[in-house]
Design a binder for this molecule. Structure first.
Ligand SMILES: CC(C)(COP(=O)(O)OP(=O)(O)OC[C@H]1O[C@@H](n2cnc3c(N)ncnc32)[C@H](O)[C@@H]1OP(=O)(O)O)[C@@H](O)C(=O)NCCC(=O)NCCS
Length: 207
């Protein structure tokens, strides 16, 4: 691959390093500290986790990125459950951020999801990043985020069709898979295994 980059499926030997990478990437970004490394840690044992789409990115042998995928579904207004996937945490190690690596990892993971037959992806995230890889605001496609009122503008809830037309004629709601909701006290105990890091309250955090 370009720039000595390799993207491959994560193995158990990578687990500690990918959790640490996730912690480094998310630390103090959306809240003081972060929970995402614990989310990743817990998901590996869950049935909706997709091992073949838990991918690591290496550059010249150094781990610089990771993404994981989870099976999910859209509850259509006509009563169908439409299979989909979500993904995340997606992480690029801090010193490699904003150099195009996240986009390369995202697009390769989308290509692999498409090859597995996935019809659509749903994700909470920044349209500034995901919009460049084909994501659109979900409500514009009639897919609503269950955590918000149906008529609310939810600019951070996004979808992307991997099979063109997969969402045609589908309206409905989407709920995050349960594994994304972790107990904060348990996450705190898990975090104590990692090197100490200062939690900071910073502008722009969500919590
Ligand atoms: C988000 C993340 C995976 C993106 O990877 P990256 O390698 O930094 O991103 P890229 O260099 O490929 O970005 C390409 C473009 O996407 C947009 N973009 C990237 N990160 C963005 C962000 N946080 N907010 C808004 N736009 C962003 C920019 O337009 C960027 O181009 P530019 O740098 O020329 O302005 C990475 O920054 C990261 O690990 N962040 C912390 C964890 C996180 O927020 N994960 C996503 C949660 S939804």
């Amino acid at each position: 691959m370009q720039n000595n980059i390799i993207i491959r499926i994560e193995t158990p030997n990578d687990y500690a390093a990918t959790e640490n990478l996730t912690r480094e990437a998310f630390w103090n970004v959306y809240r003081p500290g972060c929970l995402e490394h614990y989310v990743l840690h817990c998901f590996r044992g869950k049935k909706d986790f997709v091992p073949g789409l838990s991918l690591v990115m290496e550059q010249s042998g150094k781990l610089i990125g990771h993404v994981m995928y989870v099976r999910s579904e859209i509850h259509a207004d006509d009563g169908r459950n439409i299979p989909a996937m979500t993904f995340g945490p997606i992480s690029i190690t801090p010193e490699f951020k904003r150099q195009g690596y996240g986009t390369i990892l995202l697009r390769e993971s989308m290509r692999r999801a498409e090859a597995l037959g996935v019809g659509a992806l749903a994700i909470e995230g920044n349209i500034g990043f995901y919009g460049k890889s084909g994501f659109v605001v979900a409500s514009a496609r009639g897919i609503h985020y269950a955590a918000e009122p149906r008529d609310a503008e939810v600019p951070y809830f996004l979808v992307c069709e991997l099979k063109p037309g997969f969402l045609d004629g589908v309206t409905g709601t989407y709920q995050d898979p349960e594994g994304y909701f972790v107990d904060e006290a348990e996450a705190e105990r898990f975090d104590a295994q990692f090197p100490p890091k200062e939690k900071k309250k910073l502008p722009g955090q969500l919590v």
